[in-house]
Design a protein around this ligand. Structure first.
Ligand code: ZN
Ligand code: ZN
Length: 356
């Protein structure tokens, strides 16, 4: 089943047009990356309306729908709506701007525009369950990131190296070893900066006895990886070891608990309750994890609110952390795919406390 066929199966039984305008979902349905274009899905057919810059490539690459050269955007869409006798147009409420919505209301003739978020929800649900092909790409993205981690642990992380040097080295390694881009701005922090969950790398130099926290990922054929490792340069203090041990155990408890059927917020609670029991509840201020795929943050999420039930081949990061302001922080993050009885871990990098 193509992704367009999956969408058709998930739409209500009526005459409709699903208008896919976001870059990421256009890629998901057409199979081609572009910065413009519209996928139109009707019960009886589907089209990619795309301009001259992409038309030639789309004509040879896209097989999931009919490719049409975009000339007069609204005229062409109105013609297709007439051809398919449709007066109901679903738009992506999560991503369409108000200006675009106003233009659609103004230019699309005799249609009811469904902007209640239904289409965004349906697509997000489809994307949350990965195919074997998607899982393979995610594994490849993870493998590139892990190679980069090995490289910087052996060659870059040492006393005197700056956070920026570590971050840049991770990025450069991933980009020169198959990554199409990096998953997000790489986080590489040391010492007291590690207590900032989303800190930005600076020219601060690593000192002996400091943690180095790296949160990073590679993108391979559109699919993202996401991992965090915290290592120590020189001997950690007893307290650093203790905190590291608690975070690692919190993560292991979640991994032991996760499988198809588990409710997302219960997975979050698995780490949160344990960390609170150890006295650090106030120091774990973010959600346990999130799904990953064509975007770095996808639905569902493991946090205190999400009541989604995990299904086979859904993705979740498991990233508990403890942050002691002004002193240090530890986060350990793996990205997994959910299976019937447990999980497959994309990550294979060791998680015992590594002392460099
Ligand atoms: Zn991360
Ligand atoms: Zn993450």
């Amino acid at each position: 089943m193509t992704n367009i066929e999956k969408l058709k199966a998930a739409m209500p039984e009526e005459k409709y047009c699903a208008l896919i305008t976001s870059d990421v979902n256009r890629r998901y349905f057409s199979g081609m990356k572009s910065s413009a274009g519209t996928v139109l899905v009707f019960p009886e057919g589907a089209y990619l309306l795309i301009d001259f810059r992409y038309y030639e490539k789309a004509s040879s690459l896209v097989s999931a729908c009919e490719v049409i050269l975009q000339k007069k955007y609204y005229e062409q869409i109105n013609d297709l709506l007439k051809k398919h006798k449709t007066d109901k147009v679903y738009i992506e409420a999560d991503t369409m701007t108000v200006a675009e919505l106003n233009a659609h209301k103004d230019k699309l003739e005799n249609v009811q525009i469904k902007s209640d978020g239904f289409l965004s929800k349906v697509v997000s649900k489809l994307r949350s369950v990965k195919t074997a092909d998607e899982l393979e790409k995610m594994q490849k993205a993870q493998d590139i990131a892990e190679e980069a981690l090995d490289y910087v642990m052996q060659n870059v992380i040492k006393e005197g190296a700056s956070e920026l040097e570590v971050g840049r080295a991770l990025d450069f390694y991933m980009l020169s070893h198959g990554a199409e881009c990096v998953s997000f701005d790489t986080i590489a922090l040391s010492g007291a900066n590690t207590s900032l969950p989303h800190g930005v790398p600076s020219d601060k130099r690593i000192k002996k006895g400091e943690f180095v926290l790296m949160d990073f990922g590679a993108v391979y054929e559109g699919y993202h990886s996401d991992m965090t490792r915290t290592v120590c340069v020189g001997e950690p203090s007893a307290e650093m070891k203790e905190i590291y041990g608690i975070v690692l155990e919190a993560q292991q408890r979640c991994l032991d608990f996760v499988k198809a059927g588990v409710v997302c917020r219960e997975l979050d609670a698995c780490a949160r309750d344990f960390i609170a029991e150890k006295g650090f509840g106030e120091n774990f201020g973010h959600g346990l994890g999130h799904s990953v795929g064509l975007e770095i943050h996808e639905s569902p999420a493991a946090n205190t609110r999400d009541t989604a039930v995990l299904e086979e081949n859904m993705i979740m990061t498991v990233e508990p952390g403890i942050y002691l302001p002004g002193r240090f922080g530890v986060r350990i993050e793996d990205c997994i795919s959910v299976t019937k009885d447990g999980y497959n871990n994309f990550a294979h990098s060791p998680k015992n406390l590594i002392i460099l």
